[in-house]
Design a protein around this ligand. Sequence first.
Ligand SMILES: CC(=O)N[C@H]1[C@@H](OP(=O)(O)OP(=O)(O)OC[C@H]2O[C@@H](n3ccc(=O)[nH]c3=O)[C@H](O)[C@@H]2O)O[C@H](CO)[C@@H](O)[C@@H]1O[C@H](C)C(=O)N[C@@H](C)C(=O)N[C@H](CCC(=O)O)C(=O)O
Ligand SMILES: Nc1ncnc2c1ncn2[C@@H]1O[C@H](COP(=O)(O)OP(=O)(O)OP(=O)(O)O)[C@@H](O)[C@H]1O
Ligand SMILES: N[C@H](CCC[C@H](N)C(=O)O)C(=O)O
Ligand SMILES: [Mg+2]
Length: 488
Amino acid sequence: MKTLREILYNVNILQVQGNNDIAVQALFIDSRQVKAGGVFIAIRGAAADGHAYISKAVAQGAAAVVCETLPETTAPNVCYVQVANSAQASGIIAGNFYDNPSHQLKLVGVTGTNGKTTIATILFRLFTQLGYHCGLLSTVQNQIGDRIVPATHTTPDPISLNALLADMVAEGCLYAFMEVSSHAVHQQRIAGLKFAGGVFSNITHDHLDYHKTFDEYIRVKKSFFDNLPASAFALTNLDDKRGNVMLQNTKARKATYSLRSMADFKGKILENSLTGLVMTIGVKEVHFRLIGEFNAYNLLAVYGAAVLLGEDKDRVLAALSNIQGAEGRFDYIISKNQRVIGIVDYAHTPDALLNVLATIKNLRQGHEQIITVVGCGGDRDTAKRPVMGEVAAEHSDRVIFTSDNPRSEDPAEIIRQMEAGVAAPQRKKTISIADRREAIKTACSLAQQEDIILVAGKGHEKYQEISGVKHPFDDKQVLNETFELFEK
Ligand SMILES: CC(=O)N[C@H]1[C@@H](OP(=O)(O)OP(=O)(O)OC[C@H]2O[C@@H](n3ccc(=O)[nH]c3=O)[C@H](O)[C@@H]2O)O[C@H](CO)[C@@H](O)[C@@H]1O[C@H](C)C(=O)N[C@@H](C)C(=O)N[C@H](CCC(=O)O)C(=O)O
Ligand SMILES: Nc1ncnc2c1ncn2[C@@H]1O[C@H](COP(=O)(O)OP(=O)(O)OP(=O)(O)O)[C@@H](O)[C@H]1O
Ligand SMILES: N[C@H](CCC[C@H](N)C(=O)O)C(=O)O
Ligand SMILES: [Mg+2]
């Protein structure tokens, strides 16, 4: 077991009050979880300030407290450590506590507005297929080899994150692939991690509720690359307007991928249909099972990262050609009689929705209608709502606005904000049905032979959060059931 002194290694400490030669049993950032002998790290958050809960943590048996401001009254037998930045300290402390697992395997982080889950998941599947034992940290789920650990966040808090990485090391993983969300970068959930590589997918409008301005959102994403070590690689998408900016100040080895211009990893789409993609990558022509131009980018990112990690190009392409996408990402089923195509996709940003609709347009033979069912999450970026309304109406033949996860918000109000973005000539295409199940059923009843239904926004999610309660809900299952009901 480690001592407090040991786990404070590399932390920017201002002062220590009390004995730091004590054994540390566990780490906590939430006072409600604190157990005897644990260290409580008080963090100033978005909604609360952990400093307000120091006395509660001590009452529950905390042996030490790490904080930015020392409390006025302190308890005897408790060690108080004042640090410059508690959030950052929590990452470094968690790393030390778990023997810095990120130093003991090769950790690759994927950041960007869209494509993180897809890229990280395909990397995990690819490296597993290449014979390595791997870990995955993603929105859909975390994985240690084939053991699944449910995910609560895209990027977990630093304690859970390092604990998961330590389990990966203990179980013999050589690689870990993780999504790095902008929230995580900003909240220093990744502080103290050693990355072997960083991948950038793209950056578009999202999370402005949190980051306030697009410039700040870019700055936060960029800081992930700024902090990569010289031993890492930094791989960026040259076709994104901000692709180069991301690598401006990085010490890491720079590399690029592109479908449009000269790059280290250059691809070209030859065919794009419901049966997959045919692309040239370098000098090779390869067939992939993944669908759509955006997946051509994801595949290039994966290919580039694998080659930068030292894998053989031909082996990588051979393995990649058979790999399937992540759950709820362009996941489709086809009804038996009417051959209606139902697509479930996690597109929950204007850009992702546009991409997915453009992909569907490319795939259709000509006469089929595109019927889109879409909503926007509550307690999240409100600015994206009218834009998603506009995109859905502009690029579909029929649209049904519905609820996503309303969370604490009024579903009808979210829908009104989406409707407000719809241009006047498109309005007759749209209807609004707040109940998501009813909305999907209505889409199915509107669909004629071979029409395409897109159910967007929730992808793999198995619940719908309404007024703070998570009700079981699965878009793909509802689509399946409705198809069966209608075609009985
Ligand atoms: C807005 C946001 O990101 N919040 C995250 C943040 O919480 P916070 O800063 O709001 O915490 P807070 O409630 O203000 O509390 C501050 C501190 O006081 C502590 N506290 C609080 C109350 C108490 O009684 N005792 C106590 O000790 C809290 O544990 C915390 O350490 O830090 C927590 C611990 O790491 C996260 O669980 C929490 O995620 C919330 C639940 C969340 O929903 N986050 C989403 C937006 C998120 O992070 N999403 C990204 C993906 C986004 C994307 O790319 O699509 C993700 O990585 O998952
Ligand atoms: N490279 C890409 N460019 C644009 N859109 C993409 C790309 N990859 C996937 N998408 C679209 O974005 C949706 C979300 O993809 P994915 O889950 O891989 O992204 P993510 O970055 O992990 O999202 P989140 O931030 O919610 O975790 C997909 O369902 C698809 O519609
Ligand atoms: N990681 C994203 C996912 C959004 C998914 C969408 N279904 C919603 O609930 O808004 C977030 O937490 O903002
Ligand atoms: Mg994700």
